[in-house]
Design a protein around this ligand. Structure first.
Ligand code: B12
Length: 248
């Protein structure tokens, strides 16, 4: 670690705020070594989900605000993006493996902001899902072709602009007919999702992933208990002579 004022001791008080401050300072000073160490310590201290939700993603948001108001240069913004992306890529290792349901993650054509798909995929994988990452600028017709062969349990498309989604409205409606589709990010809305037969994922990527994982478990449990009830009812009718002749 070099000459930043950042400290690696687990901060006391509000940990998210303190990690955020020290990390932002390392980034401002372009101190890559410090930023990497701070990211690692923050993840270890707060846990992956909370660190991504409360420190890393808000930091990215803030970096964008500081860039748009001229506090940070484009070079500083690119620097932090690269440091964060490298750490998120490391955390995503192995996320396509396992036996759980499959989610595909992509951005529509023209959209380069694929970074928020990482925390979403990382959290979902930790919730038992398998992740296939297509990332930025993905042709929707390619996804349709692939989904026709082997549909995933969910496709998530993220966009920072409404236009990025609305200009693909017809293709997206087609995609939602071959696989369950959800839209997310600043450019998505309930109204647009509804219009194309998709779902809208509100909120931050980590909380949305937790929501998807728990509602999928609930749906699966409901389906299993319905199956169980149907089997028990069939068994009961088979055991009752009157019912048997009625059924035959
Ligand atoms: C990193 C970054 C880039 C990187 C992208 C790297 C990458 N691979 O993702 C690069 C340098 C490529 C880039 C390029 C550009 N960028 Co940029 N970028 C950012 C920045 C700083 C961080 C994005 C990020 O990861 N945010 C973290 C997420 C989690 O936070 P959030 O965006 O606020 O998202 C909230 C919700 O929408 C939701 N959410 C977002 N995505 C998802 C996904 C899922 C699955 C879910 C469930 C939820 C969710 O979670 C958050 C709420 O908690 C933002 C600043 C910002 N406000 O975020 C600008 C920002 C998005 N960029 C912006 C702009 C203008 C551009 C450029 C046009 C700049 C230019 N002139 O070239 C280009 C556009 C490129 C393109 N065609 O897409 C604007 C967008 C304004 C707009 N809506 O039109 C922003 C907001 C900056 C600003 N304040 O003006 N950018």
């Amino acid at each position: 670690m070099s000459d930043t004022p950042a400290t690696l001791a687990a901060p006391s008080g509000n940990p998210a705020a303190l990690w955020h401050t020290t990390l932002a300072e390392a980034v401002r000073l372009l101190d890559e070594e410090a930023a990497e160490e701070l990211l690692d310590c923050c993840l270890a201290d707060m846990g992956v989900e909370d660190a991504l939700r409360e420190v890393v993603m808000p930091l990215m948001h803030e970096v964008g605000e500081d860039w748009s108001t001229g506090i940070l240069t484009v070079a500083q913004e690119h620097f932090i993006t690269q440091v964060v992306r490298a750490r998120l890529t490391a955390l995503s290792r192995g996320w396509s493996s396992g036996l759980g349901p499959m989610v595909w993650l992509a951005c529509p054509p023209g959209e380069l902001h694929d970074l928020p798909l990482f925390p979403f995929g990382i959290a979902l994988h930790r919730g038992g899902w398998r992740v296939r990452f297509f990332g930025a600028h993905t042709p929707v017709h390619d996804l349709i072709g692939l989904a026709k062969v082997s549909p995933p349990e969910l496709v998530v498309l993220a966009s920072t602009t409404a236009r990025g989604l609305s200009s693909r409205r017809w293709e997206l409606a087609q995609l939602s007919r071959v696989a369950p589709l959800a839209v997310a990010g600043e450019g998505a809305s309930w109204a647009f999702a509804e219009a194309i037969g998709a779902t809208y994922l509100p909120g931050d990527p980590v909380s949305a992933a937790e929501q998807v994982a728990s509602s999928h478990v609930a749906t699966r449990d409901l389906a299993a208990s319905r199956r169980e009830e149907a089997e028990m009812a069939a068994q009961a009718s088979a055991d009752t002579p009157g019912m048997q002749s009625e059924a035959s």
